[in-house]
Design a protein around this ligand. Sequence first.
Ligand code: HEC
Ligand code: HEC
Ligand code: HEC
Ligand code: HEC
Ligand code: HEC
Ligand code: HEC
Ligand code: HEC
Length: 340
Amino acid sequence: MVSQLLKYIILTKSFSCSLEQKSHIIEVLMSNSRFLFIVVPLLFLAVLVMPNPGACQESANCLACHSAMKGKIKNAGGAMVELNVDADKFGASKHGALSCTDCHMRFADNPHSTPSGDVPQAVLALSSKIASKFKVDPVAGAACSTCHEEVYKMVLGSVHGKNIVDKHQMDGALCLDCHGSPHYITSVKDESSPMSRKHQVETCGKCHGDKKIIEKYKLEENVMESYEESFHGRKLFLGHTKAPTCSSCHSSHDIRSKTDPASPVFGKNKLVTCGKCHKGANEKFVPAITHKRPGPIPHYGEKLLIILTIGVFAFIVIHVLLEAFADIRDAIFRKKEEEE
Ligand code: HEC
Ligand code: HEC
Ligand code: HEC
Ligand code: HEC
Ligand code: HEC
Ligand code: HEC
Ligand code: HEC
């Protein structure tokens, strides 16, 4: 009964899918009996709400369910899956014209009962290398390489990629750590992007300001603070359009350890890196910027200055109070003497 009703709604409701696509949705539904219990009420809503004026792409098949479902569910592998994909936000993202299955290659056919899509060998191999980062669908995480091959190669060769692939950790940054949710990726020039000038420092800072990561990899603990307090950081926060963000000095995808001769901040490479903005930067100029904690002399010098300043203020305040107290006392005594 329910399924008949559903069929009726899908076939008659005027969302802009072709008859063929509608019948595909129905087919998917019918072949997944467990979905009837979870999804039918939601789908009911979806089909009523969905009449998305855009063309009915293949994505609409998936979105019929995924834009209506809300909340999280534990999948067969034990991972928590966020079910909702916001159709409008997805459509407005850089990938709005893609099919869901351009990334979710396994789901190409019948999405859930038999994930059987053809996955190219290279993507499959990559997906197993990066699996520690993806609990739900590592194939989707590897699929970026089919369109962004060069970028992907660079990231895998970077200090972040090696952390995942060679050291088998999951602390290094991969695409989504920097670009945000896979479904709502916007241009890095767009303010909303986590890599935009507005948000980049905060995004790198999620890891580079994290005590656990700093200790585990013995990284300089002063990185974020030193940047924020530098000339550069202050200029950036004031909205200076030429002030460098982290990636201006470290590059964006090919980020290297400071001890790697290929790093833009290794030794003489700094002449070029700083020289991009400071014409004629020479060997005397380039050490001016570092993340290291200031040495003990300036450090204690600063402390001493603070103590001195507070001391002087305290002295003045106490002095003024004592004087005021003396004045009041004198005034009272004088009054008493006059009364007597
Ligand atoms: C009939 C409704 C329905 C349709 C259509 C549907 N999904 Fe799902 N999807 C679900 C439900 C329910 C889950 C919850 C997890 C589960 O049971 O696998 C889910 C989970 C997922 C997951 C998480 C992975 C996992 O193993 O749990 C992905 C990725 C996904 N769907 C992608 C897609 C794609 C891509 C399409 C279109 C080709 C699609 N879905 C079509 C209902 C649907
Ligand atoms: C640009 C590639 C890409 C496209 C296009 C894409 N996805 Fe995804 N999706 C991913 C990646 C990567 C993940 C993360 C997988 C993981 O964490 O294991 C993901 C995760 C998901 C999840 C699980 C969410 C979670 O984080 O728990 C669902 C459900 C899903 N996608 C559905 C869809 C649907 C429906 C569409 C089409 C409207 C779609 N995806 C389009 C790449 C994509
Ligand atoms: C450490 C952070 C970081 C990681 C990890 C990262 N990106 Fe980027 N990405 C950036 C930054 C910063 C820019 C902006 C570069 C610029 O403006 O020159 C960018 C730009 C891009 C661009 C557009 C410009 C270009 O260079 O082609 C694409 C496409 C892209 N990234 C894809 C990816 C993919 C795919 C991955 C995963 C393999 C990835 N990114 C991983 C930080 C990152
Ligand atoms: C089927 C091809 C395809 C796949 C798969 C794909 N992308 Fe893209 N991506 C594109 C296209 C096309 C654009 C838009 C380019 C443009 O507008 O200049 C884009 C744009 C981007 C941008 C924005 C770059 C900018 O302009 O600042 C980022 C970041 C990005 N993709 C990351 C990813 C990530 C991460 C994945 C995997 C989860 C992925 N892409 C998967 C085709 C793809
Ligand atoms: C003006 C150029 C410049 C900018 C901007 C910059 N860095 Fe650096 N960074 C360097 C140099 C030079 C080094 C080499 C070590 C040093 O001198 O401290 C370095 C080293 C590092 C290191 C290794 C630290 C260690 O010694 O363990 C990390 C991590 C790092 N930077 C992250 C960042 C992050 C995150 C940002 C943005 C908040 C950033 N950097 C902004 C120039 C820069
Ligand atoms: C998801 C967490 C994460 C994010 C986000 C992240 N990093 Fe890292 N980064 C790491 C980890 C972990 C390492 C150490 C990897 C190792 O040594 O195996 C590292 C190492 C580095 C190093 C090399 C430090 C050295 O040894 O000299 C630099 C430079 C760096 N990151 C810059 C950046 C910049 C710039 C961004 C933002 C555009 C960024 N990172 C975003 C986790 C992250
Ligand atoms: C993306 C451009 C950019 C890069 C790369 C860059 N800077 Fe700067 N830097 C600026 C801007 C903008 C200012 C602020 C200038 C002003 O307002 O006069 C500045 C200011 C400074 C100042 C203080 C004022 C001055 O001009 O003496 C120093 C010192 C400095 N940078 C050193 C460096 C060093 C060292 C490097 C390389 C490790 C570097 N910068 C890389 C853009 C950059």
